[in-house]
Ligand binder design. Sequence first.
Ligand SMILES: [Cu+2]
Length: 69
Amino acid sequence: MAEKIVLNISGMTCNHCKMKVEKALKTLDGVEDVQINLDGGTADVSFDSGKVSADDLKAVIGDAGYEVK
Ligand SMILES: [Cu+2]
């Protein structure tokens, strides 16, 4: 089922961070769209909850070196 979540991420300071988080999320099967707002420190993620869970999204961001609040 298609779902949308807004994640609050700490530690993103520049465009490089933005790209890194975006790329990490897109490696997951089931992630359909990622929109990152660097100023607000948020990521809007559209995903298929039948393939990937919100916890998976948070884990992959953690692995990339950023913290989901
Ligand atoms: Cu950066």
